[in-house]
Write a protein that binds this ligand. Structure first.
Ligand SMILES: [Zn+2]
Length: 332
């Protein structure tokens, strides 16, 4: 008999036998205690314990400043800068609808993997379809912060891209996904202090890596009241374990404990829209449907039958803007 090396097959077997160790499986009465434990585990795996937790206005001085301002017919667009730590300066776009001065609901819009906030806000032909601008036109404050590694926060050569940041943070005992999530929490700290924002009505919506960040943020931070995850929520099995994706998305050990649907379970009972494009070649509708079905069963077990929804649209790897706005209108 000839021995054959087939490590890919071994990895499938490893997944089958060794994944989702902490998925929720018990009686629904035990959900709240599972939730606390599972959320702690997700945060532990993101490896952000060494970063400070800013919980009050006094603790956190982001030194928010306005860099530029531009008027549009329905909203004011402000470019801002703030810091999350000394030497960690974030640029972001803040969109505030015009009209009365009442505090409004706000949507945090984490960008996907790519060219950053200027692509999200400026490239009409990109898969974002300028969704923060459309949210602002629909009456929402929108906030679009730059992630580390991308756009205006990209490192100079030869450190360009996310790979160096990912590997350096791993060596130092953290993860880029963890840092991105933690910085989005700092964006929430800022949003909740803005007079234009009703701090009890904050949602999050993102495409691809932006969807991944929406998943982690909504799972870990209850300040997010409604979420929309576009073209990400499927499974590790059907994406990062099936074909190579960018290294920065591989959070060490995450699939050993949780699948996408398990992490999304932490969002319940808050409303969650999952979007999946019929022609998305990597994040498949079939995998999104399977995750949705698991979540729908879970929401029903909680006695809720309409707060998780799957929007399958005739498109590719892109944001489906109108249904997302309708979803926020319904719940926020
Ligand atoms: Zn990357």
């Amino acid at each position: 008999m000839t021995m054959q090396n087939n490590f890919l097959r071994y990895l499938q077997q490893l997944y089958a036998e060794n994944s989702r160790r902490m998925r929720f499986q018990g009686a629904i009465q035990t959900f709240e205690s599972w939730k606390a434990e599972a959320r702690s585990k997700v945060i532990e795996l993101l490896q952000i314990a060494d970063l400070p937790t800013y919980t009050t206005e006094q603790d956190f001085n982001p030194e928010l400043e306005t860099v530029a301002e531009e008027e549009f017919p329905n909203y004011r667009l402000t470019k801002v800068m703030y810091q999350t730590l000394p030497h960690l300066t974030v640029s972001a776009y803040l969109l505030r609808p015009k009209g009365n001065d009442q505090p409004r609901p706000a949507i945090l819009c984490p960008p996907g993997h790519g060219k950053g906030i200027n692509q999200v806000m400026g490239e009409e032909e990109s898969g974002y379809h300028l969704y923060p601008r459309k949210l602002a036109e629909a009456g929402y404050v929108a906030f679009v912060p730059e992630h580390i590694s991308f756009g205006e926060r990209a490192n100079p050569e030869p450190y360009h891209g996310c790979r160096f940041d990912h590997e350096a943070l791993n060596l130092l005992g953290s993860t880029v996904i963890g840092y991105r999530m933690w910085e989005l929490q700092r964006a929430l700290d800022i949003l909740t202090t803005l007079p234009a924002v009703d701090s009890n009505r904050i949602g999050c919506a993102g495409l691809s890596l932006g969807g991944e960040m929406t998943l982690y943020l909504a799972a870990c931070d209850e300040r997010i009241k409604v979420a929309c995850i576009a073209c990400f929520l499927t499974s590790f099995e059907g994406t990062f374990l099936k074909e190579p994706h960018c290294i920065c998305g591989y959070v060490p050990q995450m699939a050993k404990y949780f699948e996408h649907a398990d992490i999304a379970t932490l969002i319940s009972p808050r409303p969650l829209m999952i979007q999946a494009g019929e022609k998305d070649p990597s994040f498949l509708v079939s995998d999104a449907t399977e995750a949705y079905n698991q979540l729908d069963d879970h929401y029903r077990a909680l006695g809720i039958d309409n707060r998780v929804t799957l929007d399958v649209f005739a498109g590719e790897h892109e944001f489906d803007v109108e249904p997302a706005i309708d979803w926020f209108n319904q719940w926020l």
